[in-house]
Design a protein around this ligand. Structure first.
Ligand code: PEP
Ligand code: MG
Length: 319
């Protein structure tokens, strides 16, 4: 079976009810981009650029960054590569940034909020990204966005920089949906973004007010909570098909949650490179309409346990 999965892993995926779903990969380096390409990923859905900045005593300069982003784009050939701007703060800290210690770092200066405090750091990264060729293969994604005006601010900055660099084309610009306010404001977000990508790890953390690092809450911090599912549904409803919506959190690669996300209308699942072939094989067997018919019932359930109990046999019957 693994052999058959591998053979088909480089082909695009349509579900049995004819939904086209892209299966992309999450990576942390250009080396992993090569792995993603070998495993048949339709693109990179999330490159966590912070790995380039961790474990060293100063930030990588523009040229070092550009080479790493360029290598990732080249590894994927014609397929799109989404590179996320630095998502530092909360659980990930850099020794060369003297950020004040705060009681709730997960609610503090992290993701794009860092741009205001460390403009040089983020501008250098943006310049390195704009140095990649061809720019149409690159997509820039911004983490921890809470509304459209924040993404608009990044776009203006990118346009000004592109004008300085005398560029004639710009990469697509998207926002992560991982703060509940962004999910609820997705209609205005979709007017500003070229694409949206739901980060279910943080959307679950912030939606349920449960620290994703807290082992005592690990079993309860579940994306299948009806409240979190409603935030995902709100994102899809708000975007109204005006821009594609991906999911790049761990839930995308889950056997139970992945099919549900496709039934809700998600256009792309971005998963660990090693999961690409298995996720593609499963989606080929899926009739998502079977799950779609039950969405209202699922979202009206009162808690995680009842969603799991209802969803498990439903997904089995849809395969
Ligand atoms: C997420 O929050 O779901 C996500 C993909 O980003 P990270 O796990 O890097 O916070
Ligand atoms: Mg996140």
């Amino acid at each position: 079976q693994a052999e058959a999965e591998r053979a088909e892993s480089h082909l695009e995926v349509h579900t049995r009810d004819s939904r086209f779903v892209e299966v992309a990969a999450n990576i942390g380096s250009s080396e992993e981009a090569r792995l993603a390409a070998d495993n048949g990923a339709d693109g990179v859905g999330l490159m966590r650029s912070e790995f380039l900045f961790l474990g060293r005593d100063r930030a990588p300069d523009e040229e070092e960054q550009r080479r790493e982003y360029q290598a990732s784009v080249e590894a994927m050939g014609p397929r799109p590569v989404v590179i996320r701007t630095l998502d530092i703060g909360a659980d990930k800290q850099l020794p060369y940034l003297q950020l004040p210690t705060v009681p709730n770092p997960a609610l503090g200066v992290r993701g794009m909020r860092l741009w205001q405090c460390e403009p040089e750091l983020l501008d250098t990264q943006l310049r390195a990204l704009l140095g990649v060729r061809p720019l149409r293969h690159l997509r820039v994604m911004v983490p921890m966005v809470s509304d459209a005006s924040e993404l608009e601010w990044v776009r203006e900055r990118m346009e000004a920089m592109a004008a300085e660099m005398r560029l004639t084309e710009l990469p697509l610009l998207g926002a992560m949906i991982e703060v509940p306010s962004a999910a609820l404001c997705s209609a205005s977000m979709a007017n500003v973004a070229d694409f949206l990508s739901i980060g279910t790890n943080d959307l679950t953390q912030y939606g349920l007010a449960m620290d994703r690092e807290d082992p005592m809450l690990a079993s309860q911090a579940d994306v299948l909570h009806p409240g979190v599912l409603r935030l995902i549904q709100a994102t899809l409803d708000g975007s109204g098909g005006r821009c594609p919506v991906a999911v790049c959190g761990a839930a995308a690669g889950d056997d139970l949650v992945g099919p549900l996300l496709v039934a809700m209308g998600v256009n792309e699942l971005s998963v660990e490179p090693a999961r690409v072939a298995a996720v593609k094989a499963r989606l080929r067997r899926l009739d998502a309409s079977v799950i779609a018919r039950e969405l209202d019932t699922l979202l009206a359930l009162p808690d995680v346990d009842s969603v799991r109990q209802t969803l498990a046999p439903l997904v089995e019957s849809a395969l």
